[in-house]
Design a protein around this ligand. Structure first.
Ligand SMILES: Cc1cc2nc3c(=O)[nH]c(=O)nc-3n(C[C@H](O)[C@H](O)[C@H](O)COP(=O)(O)O)c2cc1C
Length: 167
């Protein structure tokens, strides 16, 4: 098979991106499975999706990636914070390190994804320390912004990402 899309998604954001990536992939030699469904189906190129959990991907994604050998691997993910390029670069570094050396890393696509309301509630109480207070306000801002993601623009960017990878 040419392409395999495998994703981990707790609340559906990453699944949405996975579905878009899957539909943008050309031909019929492709499949998409969640990590729970995935039983080792082989392909030349893997698109691996994850949700950001405390700055990196969850363990199940690491385990899956570590077993790949001689494959082309592209990553995609969603995260709550919209801190931009630097934050995204940090996530990329932490996740791609788990791709075995005999695989070819093709690149990453990241976008924001809405977060569970419990996260907002955790940061709603104001702090006396001005540094913590500024940080808290930023998280609330990110939370509210993330409520609208992934949006149409994110899906468009995901499709473009596939185009770039396949060029
Ligand atoms: C336990 C937990 C930890 C999280 N950690 C982070 C984080 O470190 N950075 C971040 O930007 N978003 C974080 N998020 C937000 C999720 O990555 C984000 O909402 C993502 O889109 C969820 O994807 P899913 O719907 O595919 O599960 C966290 C969410 C949860 C529930």
């Amino acid at each position: 098979m040419d392409y395999m899309v495998v994703y981990s998604s707790k609340t559906g954001n990453t699944k949405k991106i996975a579905t878009e990536i899957f539909s943008a992939l050309p031909g019929m030699s492709k499949d998409m499975q969640s990590l729970e469904e995935y039983k080792g189906k082989d392909a030349d190129t893997f698109f691996i999706g994850f949700w950001v959990d405390r700055g990196t991907c969850d363990m199940s994604v690491i385990e899956m990636m570590s077993r790949l050998h001689g494959k082309k691997v592209a990553l995609f993910g969603t995260c709550g914070m919209g801190k931009g390029e630097r934050y995204y670069k940090g996530i990329e570094q932490k996740v791609k390190v788990w791709i075995p050396d005999d695989c070819e890393y093709l690149g990453i696509f990241l976008c924001q994804g809405k977060m569970p309301m419990q996260i907002r509630e955790k940061y709603e109480i104001s702090r006396e320390d001005p540094i913590q207070e500024a940080w808290r306000r930023q998280i609330l801002k990110d939370f509210d912004e993330a409520l609208f993601h992934p949006n149409e623009e994110d899906l468009e960017h995901a499709r473009k990402f596939v185009g770039q990878i396949l060029m």
